[in-house]
Design a protein around this ligand. Structure first.
Ligand code: PGA
Length: 256
């Protein structure tokens, strides 16, 4: 973390978990535990159907509600989809884009993620753009090349004045939901490399203002060490975000 230049952001990614009534239970349990979080921004990226109840329950708190996806076109005949403008209209601020599960199961490409990022920014949403390498790519020492390509593709056409709105989440695919976390050194190396890529594109001043999260089995046991790295400015948390005590402990780690 480097709070002088950029925001620390702890975001929960609930994925396809928690119905609205279960969301109420989790948020009711969470709220009293994180009342004192003041050094970092806390975001809950919940399923679309949970957004309204989450916003209602969190109205008087410092926790923001986000979404996990949006369509790449502004509107039209896309049955079953949700647009950026719809999210903006109901007061959503953050949207996760290009999560590796969507890349793997829904065929999302770098080009599509870029389209979504441009539309999100145009609409006034802050995209949390996920990038990450597979185990095979890591074993072949391709990690930094793969991530650099993903970052450059995501940012194509993003003007410098919008750059600050973009959040990156480095999520090694092999660490997601596996209990296998990247070491703090691995997370730091990639975070620093992402910032270097941004620096080459936009200059040092702009690059240092971008929040770069780590995601992949982050938990109360490893959060302190991960967040101690200069280029790990927060977390995108899946499994541990579904347990109030664990998520609160990670926020606590970001507030130290
Ligand atoms: P995990 O998921 O914390 O359960 O590994 C992180 C993510 O996929 O965003």
């Amino acid at each position: 973390m480097n709070r002088r230049y950029r925001k620390t952001i702890i975001a929960g990614n609930w994925k396809m978990n928690k119905s609205p009534s279960e969301a109420r239970e989790l948020i009711d349990a969470l709220k009293p535990l994180i009342a004192k979080a003041k050094w970092c921004e806390v975001v809950l990226c919940v399923p679309f159907v949970d957004i309204a109840i989450a916003q209602r329950l969190l109205k008087d708190s410092r926790i923001t509600v986000g979404a996990q996806n949006m369509h790449h076109e502004p509107s039209g005949a896309y049955t079953g989809e949700v647009s950026a403008a719809m999210l903006k209209d109901i007061g959503v601020k953050y949207v996760i884009l290009g999560h590796s599960e969507r890349r793997a199961y829904c065929g999302e490409t770098d080009a599509l993620v870029n389209k979504k990022a441009l539309l999100a920014l145009q609409t006034g949403l802050r995209p949390i753009v996920c990038v990450g390498e597979s185990l095979e790519q890591r074993d072949q020492e391709l990690t930094l090349d793969v991530i650099t390509l993903q970052v450059k593709a995501a940012l194509a056409g993003v003007p410098v004045e919008k750059l600050r709105q973009v959040v990156f989440a480095y999520e090694p695919i092999w660490a997601i939901g596996t209990g296998r976390t990247a070491t703090a050194e691995q997370a730091a190396e990639v975070g620093t490399s992402i910032r270097a890529t941004i620096r080459k594109l936009y200059g040092a001043r702009a690059a240092r203002s971008v929040t770069i999260q780590y995601g992949g089995s982050m938990n109360p046991g490893n959060a302190v060490e991960l967040l101690a790295q200069l280029d790990v400015d927060g977390g995108l948390i899946g499994g541990a975000a579904l347990k109030a005590a664990d998520f609160a402990a990670i926020i606590q780690a970001a507030n130290q």
